[in-house]
Design a protein around this ligand. Structure first.
Ligand code: CDT
Length: 359
């Protein structure tokens, strides 16, 4: 696939799909499952392992919780005590990854301590670099689905992310991940007058679940040259109405529709931004609540390279060549060159729809 003008930049990556995490499952048990996926990944030469959204616990925003019942799901980050790397729940995962030389993306519920004991909660993910032995990037989910107040109609499905989390305040910052590809160009290599595009360490972006349905989010990363999008999710296996009821259709048809929209979002946006994407589900039924699967690694040309075929813990591995991100950009489709931002103001200014006047 690499054109004669591009240098191959291969890297082996893994989507670490998790099966259900039930209310009764201990953090230790979940960590053991994650270790086992990392061990398998190491045997396959994986350098980057991506885990789901809220990977360490059940998807708790489906429950109305308060006090300690809610607090137990959060990782407290006290900037005076070192960041998330120090969490007793998460540190063992990073330590294990480091011993195997694997980078990790993982989602978790972040309780960010401010001054005076106040805290702000986010649905977050971090990127741990095994070469640096530290978290080198954090993302806070921007597009929070659901409601602040619990739905009251009987039979309504709860999705309380808007209640438990604040929208992310970091935006969509792409970053470079060191140590993943050999021969990556560095600042110190004497690069004056050299076109370094597509020659450095991989450029990575992070999204969380619902964010993957927003082309704006992908594009902001696309404009930073993002080459690998990491996205973990917990997606209910049936579409719901605005009142939280399942759209009337058979369970099979419902799941098929959810899967279609998941795949359209990841494949379409990977194609439109010329990037690979590693999309990772927590799946199966968590205490009877079905989550869709669909874990997959997508190519910059939009096709699925590899996908999961279970709803259990499963490793999906692919060796991807980042030079393939250059290929669409060297054709007539080069979004970064030919875009017309002078016509895109509405996207920045407006929420809601303003229809043209009635005829
Ligand atoms: N976790 C998450 O963001 N889930 C949403 C669905 C929420 S409404 C059922 C998603 O976009 O997959």
């Amino acid at each position: 696939m690499t054109s004669e003008f591009e240098t191959a930049r291969p890297v082996t990556v893994a989507a670490c799909q998790l099966g259900p995490v039930h209310l009764a499952d201990s953090r230790e048990d979940v960590l053991k499952r994650m270790f086992s996926l990392l061990d398998q990944a190491a045997k396959e030469g994986v350098k980057l392992a991506v885990f789901p959204e809220l990977a360490f616990t059940t998807f708790f925003p489906r429950y109305l919780l308060e006090g300690e019942d809610l607090d137990q799901y959060f990782e407290t980050e006290d900037p005076t005590k070192g960041g998330i790397e120090q969490s007793p729940t998460i540190k063992p995962l990073f330590d294990h990854a480091r011993s195997l030389g694997i980078d990790v993306y993982a989602g978790y519920a972040e309780r960010s301590l401010q001054k005076d004991g106040v805290h702000v909660d986010y649905n977050s993910s971090v990127y741990y670099s095994s070469q640096e032995d530290k978290v080198i990037a954090k993302y806070r989910k921007v597009h929070l689905p659901g409601t602040v107040e619990p739905r009251t109609e009987s039979g309504a499905y709860q999705q309380l992310e808007k209640r438990y989390f604040r929208p992310g305040n970091i935006g969509f910052p792409a970053f470079r991940a060191p140590g993943l590809v050999e021969g990556a160009l560095k600042k110190s290599d004497g690069i004056e007058n050299l076109d370094t595009t597509g020659k450095g360490d991989p450029i990575v972006g992070m999204l969380i679940c619902n964010d993957r349905r927003w082309p704006e989010a992908w594009r902001v990363y696309g404009l930073q040259g993002m080459e690998i999008m990491c996205c973990g999710y917990n997606t209910t296996a049936f579409p719901t109405t605005s009142s939280g009821h399942m759209v009337e259709m058979s369970l099979e048809a419902a799941e098929e529709q959810v899967m279609l929209h998941h795949k359209l979002s990841c494949q379409g946006n990977s194609y439109m931004n010329a990037c690979f994407s590693i999309n990772v589900a927590k799946t199966g039924a968590e205490d009877g609540n079905p989550l869709v699967g669909g874990t997959m690694i997508v190519h910059p040309l939009g096709y699925i390279i590899k996908e999961a075929n279970t709803k259990e813990d499963e490793l999906v591995v692919a060796t991807i060549d980042l030079a393939d991100c250059r290929r669409p950009k060297n054709t007539v489709f080069a979004f970064e060159k030919h875009r017309r931002p002078e016509h895109y103001n509405l996207i920045l200014e407006q929420t809601g729809v303003v229809e043209p006047e009635l005829l």
